[in-house]
Structure formats: structure tokens, C-alpha cells
Design a protein around this ligand. Structure first.
Ligand code: UDP
Length: 240
């Protein structure tokens, strides 16, 4: 695989990544480990936007399945993403990386609102910008938030760091013959309903020609490997 030449990326981490080996919540040691990998990437000269999910704390769909009003549950999910963003900001700043959190749900005492031009300036100054609260509306996910911020911040790629090492043609946990794609087209992902990100996020990346790189962040050192075009990953892009 050719070495990617990214100048600016959006790194999306699922909330469950922050749990480490726990079943729920935030494992601060694990967050520190991931923060170190993010620091190393940023120290190599890369500009980094971060989006972190909230699934380790609360997912709106889970609340709705138990009878909650969906929009209300989604607002709780958005607040969970702000907690994760603050945890990651803390971990990054403890190792000397200046970081700003910008939330799509305004929270003046806690973080900045999303202001694109200000975010640009932060990146130019070498700060990492963590975008919290997804798109700021219920019925969306942080995947859509990640695609939206990747587009508006003109990122060269959206890297999705998760618990699986790429995109498979079937669920690898249930089907031993499931095959991992090296590359796959956006339209195949959408038509075959492959588990990458939700459809609105994939469509937004397709329409703005932003490659999606899916890899496992659980493997130590994998972010650096993926940025070097090595390691196990799937790239979703046009004409794959
Ligand atoms: N959420 C939302 N709108 C957004 C982003 C997130 O309503 O723009 C809520 C939604 O309830 C979601 C929860 O926040 O389930 C946590 O985000 P997500 O499920 O994307 O987290 P992840 O699966 O990446 O950990």
C-alpha cells in the first residue's frame, strides 16, 4: 500500500475504546495510552481533529429501547461525548499537548462552542481540537459528527479507530469465513449495508471525497502504523 500523505486528519474514536478492559465508563490509564499515540502522531507534524463517541457511557438508542423518549436519550448521549472529550483533553494536556474542546451543544463554562475559524487557528498553532456532542442534534451519531467536521475542517482522511481491524463482508464474530476488505467503495458499503459507520456519515464522506480508514486502536502502536500506510486496516474510498 502506498504511504498516505496526510497533513490534517480527523480521528474518530468510539466511546468503547475509552473503556479499556472495563465494561463501562472511562479507564484513565487506557485513555492515557491512546493520548500518547495521538501525541506521537501530532509530534510528527500532523494536524489532528478528534471526535470521540459516547457509547461507553450512554447511547440514545439503548435508552429508547427501554422506553425513553428518543430525543431526550440522544441529548444524554451527546452529554456523554462531552465527558469523554474532557477526559481525553485532560490526558493530552497532562503529557503537554495543548488541546481545545469545541462542543456542538453550547457549554460556556466547560468548553468552547464549535467555531470553524477558531478551530483552524488552534490547529495552526499545533493544538489538537476535540469536537464534542456530534452534530448537536438528536437522531444523529458521532460518526455523522466526525464526517461533518472532517468535511468542514477539510481533513485529508477520516480515521476510525475502533475495536475491529477493518471492514468485513460479514460479522467476523459470527461467521468464521468473513473476509476483510483492503479497500472498498463507498457505494458498496452503502448497498451491502457493511458495518463501517452509519449511512449518513458514509454518504457525507463520499460526497466530499474523504477516505475513511477503519482500524483497531486497541492494538498498541497501530495509529502510527496506519499513518505510515502499514498495519491492518480497510480504506473506504471512491473507485476501490
Ligand atoms: N448523539 C446524538 N447526536 C449526535 C451525536 C451523538 O444524538 O450528533 C447521541 C446518540 O444518542 C448516540 C450517543 O450520543 O448514541 C453517543 O454517540 P455514539 O453512539 O455515536 O458513540 P460511539 O458509538 O461512537 O461510542
Amino acid at each position: 500500500m502506498s504511504v498516505p500523505t496526510y497533513k490534517r486528519i480527523l480521528l474518530k474514536l468510539s466511546g468503547e475504546v475509552l473503556m479499556g478492559e472495563q465494561q463501562f465508563g472511562i479507564d484513565t490509564e487506557y485513555v492515557a495510552r491512546v493520548a500518547q499515540e495521538v501525541k506521537d502522531a501530532r509530534d510528527s507534524g500532523l494536524q489532528i481533529c478528534l471526535v470521540i463517541g459516547g457509547g461507553n457511557i450512554f447511547r440514545g438508542m439503548a435508552g429508547a429501547a427501554k422506553g425513553m423518549d428518543r430525543a431526550q436519550a440522544d441529548y444524554m448521549g451527546m452529554l456523554a461525548t462531552v465527558m469523554n472529550a474532557l477526559a481525553m483533553q485532560n490526558a493530552l494536556e497532562q503529557i503537554g499537548v495543548p488541546t481545545r474542546v469545541q462542543s456542538a451543544v453550547q457549554m460556556d463554562q466547560v468548553c468552547e462552542p464549535v467555531i470553524r475559524r477558531r478551530a483552524e487557528r488552534h490547529l495552526e498553532k499545533g493544538r489538537i481540537v476535540i469536537f464534542a456532542a456530534g452534530v448537536g442534534a438528536p437522531y444523529f451519531t458521532t460518526d455523522s459528527g466526525a464526517a461533518l467536521r472532517a468535511a468542514e475542517m477539510r481533513c485529508d482522511a477520516l480515521l476510525k479507530g475502533t475495536s475491529v481491524d477493518g471492514v468485513y463482508d460479514a460479522d467476523p464474530k459470527k461467521d468464521a469465513s468473513a473476509k476483510r476488505y483492503e479497500t472498498v467503495d463507498y457505494d458498496t458499503v452503502l448497498a451491502d449495508n457493511l458495518k463501517v459507520m452509519d449511512a449518513s456519515a458514509v454518504a457525507l464522506c463520499r460526497d466530499n471525497n474523504i477516505p475513511i480508514v477503519v482500524f483497531s486502536i486497541r492494538e498498541r502502536g497501530n495509529l502510527a502504523r496506519v499513518l505510515a500506510g502499514e498495519g491492518t486496516q480497510t480504506v473506504v474510498r471512491q473507485g476501490a
